[in-house]
Write a protein of this length. Structure first.
Length: 223
């Protein structure tokens, strides 16, 4: 399969997803909306990944991206969104996206929902980096919740469409760059961790990489 990544920031790239796709024999390409590139025609890919953003693209590009998301959801092609990209999917499916009362930046325990369709442990540590939240669209099955976030993702259309708040794709190196550019100067918020807390155990990144493998396999299996 050929996967197209819609990228909104140099700090949120494909990361470990690129390694997984290459290892499984898939190909991929990028559309750098953060550099002014236009979203590609849906016909150019077999699946679409909407990456996270620190800020949305300009109004014209965002309008085009939303149209592409609508077309992708109406197609039979797999679609996956992370962070901002997950919010675009939620919005297109009728849910509300709004600023979070409690931003989550750092590692949080995620409890799998009873009705979750994802092949994941009942509880696991996930790296979060978001200041917005979204509701659960009608007809979707939830991923699970954290202490500050009741909807941390969902699946739709028998798992063809997946939305994630957590950043299972991030590496320790990529997260260090995020800390340098986007971590608040003061960590007064209860669910915002310090740089040291986020990076203190490199094994956490390896453990969540194994969970990413499960999600990617489940998402693209038999498509």
């Amino acid at each position: 399969m050929h996967i197209y990544f819609l990228q909104h920031s140099p700090l949120f790239g494909p990361a470990r997803m690129a390694d997984w796709l290459t290892g499984m024999g898939h190909s991929y390409n990028h559309c750098r909306l953060d550099e002014g590139e236009l979203p590609p025609p849906l016909a150019n890919c077999d699946a679409l990944v909407l990456l996270d953003a620190l800020q949305p693209p300009d109004a014209m590009l965002l309008k085009r991206e939303r149209k592409l998301v609508d077309r992708a959801l109406k197609s039979n092609k797999p679609v996956l969104g992370i962070g901002f990209g997950a919010g675009l999917i939620a919005e297109a499916l009728g849910a509300i996206v709004s600023p979070a009362v409690q931003p989550e930046i750092g590692w949080q325990p995620l409890a799998l929902a009873d009705e979750s369709p994802f092949d994941l442990p009942e509880t696991f540590d996930a790296l979060l980096w978001h200041r917005d939240i979204f509701g659960l669209p009608d007809g979707c099955l939830p991923l699970g919740s954290t202490p500050a976030g009741p909807v941390q993702g969902f699946a739709w259309d028998l798992g063809r469409v997946v939305a994630l708040q957590c950043h299972l794709e991030l590496t320790a190196q990529g997260t260090a760059a995020l800390c340098d550019h986007d971590l608040p100067a003061t960590n007064a918020a209860p669910y915002v961790q310090t740089r040291d807390d986020i990076l203190d155990d490199p094994r956490r990144f390896d453990r969540q990489a194994a969970l990413l493998d499960r999600i990617m396999t489940q998402w693209l299996s038999e498509r």
